[in-house]
Design a protein around this ligand. Structure first.
Ligand code: ATR
Length: 276
């Protein structure tokens, strides 16, 4: 139909405060794409039914956020390799043959923010990832792809870190360490992928893990204040401590590119979000 607007949305619960509608509207304006993008809250126990409803209503695709990324993975007819590895899906495309294709752009969102926006290289770096939940599973593949010198996971529940190390073994070697067993090890890049920041906490790592010129990256973000982890790092003299706002915009850009086949510019969008 001429002039028809392609419809997209982010689904989650809660989702009202999602920045994704604003990000995708910026991308659409910038690239001259005719589309709409809204935030839709889905009841916790009715993900599948609601996704099929959106598909039947003619939506072209949806982003999936907390707590549905795993269910989205289970629902897909087709998965990208990185989504298969991540065990979670954040980008659904409703295809012309009435199938659902799933991808996960969180990991490339993180690595593109680090390497393109922040000029932080992962290659040959000693990388420490804090946490072993769904968020971390989503980023391990893309981190390993960039050939770090080593990749270590620390988590309270050590068995979950060991399971990740096992699952990603085919992509590269992953060490596992308990928070109270770091000894003298130092790292070049420390990525916080725990949910500790939600309660304004920081994982219990010793200051000694900070190597000279260590970079700290929090996968969580705050618009107006530093996150607890960025605060922790800055107060220990880390000059390169970043939150995950850039990751959010980059994962959105990668989703936009899957749907629209065009790569939006991200820098201006990140700056505009940062300024409120
Ligand atoms: P997500 O999808 O955000 O990854 P998740 O799968 O529930 O959520 O995982 C949360 C992660 O944050 C886990 O690694 C959790 O550690 P445990 O596996 O030991 O529970 C970690 N986490 C949550 N609160 C934390 C805290 N206060 N300190 C350290 N780690 C914390």
């Amino acid at each position: 139909m001429p002039g028809q607007v392609d419809r997209y949305a982010v689904v989650g619960n809660p989702v009202a405060h999602s920045l994704s509608p604003r990000i995708h509207a910026s991308f659409a304006t910038q690239t001259g794409q005719n589309l709409s993008y809204e935030a839709i809250e889905i009841p916790i126990d009715a993900f599948e039914r609601n996704i099929h409803n959106l598909q039947q209503q003619g939506y072209a695709g949806v982003n999936v956020t907390v707590p549905f990324k795993r269910e989205a993975w289970e629902l897909c007819d087709r998965l990208s390799v990185r989504a298969e590895d991540a065990g979670a899906v954040n980008t659904l495309s409703f295809t012309a043959d009435a199938k659902i294709a799933g991808d996960n752009t969180d990991g490339v969102g993180l690595t593109r923010d680090l390497t393109n926006n922040l000029q932080v290289s992962i290659e040959q770096k000693k990388v420490l990832v804090l946490g072993a939940g769904g968020a971390v599973r989503g980023v391990l593949g893309p981190i390993l792809e960039l050939s770090p010198h080593s990749l270590t996971i620390a988590n309270r529940t050590i068995g979950k870190a060991q399971a990740l190390a096992r699952d990603f073994g085919k992509h590269g070697d992953i060490q596992v360490v308990a928070y109270d067993a770091f000894e003298c090890d130092t790292y070049d890049l420390i990525i916080n992928g725990t949910a500790a920041g939600l309660s304004n906490e920081v994982p219990p790592i010793p200051d000694t893990v900070l190597g000279d010129d260590a970079v700290c990256y929090d996968m969580m973000y705050n618009i107006n204040t530093a996150t607890a982890f960025v605060d922790w790092a800055s107060s220990r003299g880390v000059t390169q401590a970043f939150d995950g706002l850039g990751m959010l915009v980059e994962q959105a850009a990668a989703a936009f590119s899957i749907w629209r086949n065009v790569n939006p510019e991200t820098q201006a969008v990140i700056e505009s979000l940062r300024s409120g």
